[in-house]
Write a protein that binds this ligand. Sequence first.
Ligand code: GUN
Length: 277
Amino acid sequence: MNNIIDGIKISTEIRKDIKQIINETKITPALAVIQVGDNKASSIYIKNKKKACEEVGIRFEHIKFNDTISEELVINEIKRLNNDISINGILVQLPLPLGFDEGKIINTISPVKDVDGLTYQNVGNLVLENDCLVPCTPLGVMELLKAYNVRLSGKNVCLVGRSNLVGKPLIQLLLRNDATLSICHSKSLDIKNHTKQADVLIVAAGHPNLITKDMVKDGVVIIDVGINKEGNLLRGDVDFDGVSKKASLITPVPGGVGPMTVACLLKNVVKAYQIQN
Ligand code: GUN
């Protein structure tokens, strides 16, 4: 039985669709990514985003600042990009170095160019179920569930992790699909009590091997959002070897949610272009 969710296959299909839309409508959307400092993981993510953009015909601008730059200059650059009609998407790569006010910087981005869906306006509209730009990783998770016909209505969905980038927006998207939610986090006293009940378990905690096979029920669908570096290897938050024996469907790391995040970013850049034009 093949129970492995193929994020590479699904993301490739999305990228093909986007490339076709861009070719047929003869548009050139553009994405600006702002990086402050030299976070190694961020540099790799940005390189991947650049490659994916250029493959489908999205112009990519990488704006890199030293971590000695002032917050005011970063904000001025965002304001300049807001007013530049040739730029459709603005993304500030996180985390920012210590001392930068993330909320203030993110909320300088014009909501119609906020392809990460992190501004107050997009967060509010997500909660109210209005059309808006939605964070890429949560979108990618929902696309995977849809591609594998995982029904959510009424099901017990357990979410482990409550970050602004993944957990919190997922709460809204899952609720919108009529899931019954239980949300666990670092202060939860008995995670296993919740994960054991889950028909669908989504883990975005950033702890390798947090979920082991004794914590899940037979037939569970597992979405592992974790990306943890161990030497040269990438690992998720789920003990894949053990848990995959009980799961009806499970995402691998790498090759599960990761490629979906990038594909959904491309989708958001095109959506931002369409909102602006
Ligand atoms: N850092 C890790 N993932 C992301 C993401 O999706 N968006 C931004 N802006 N920063 C990140």
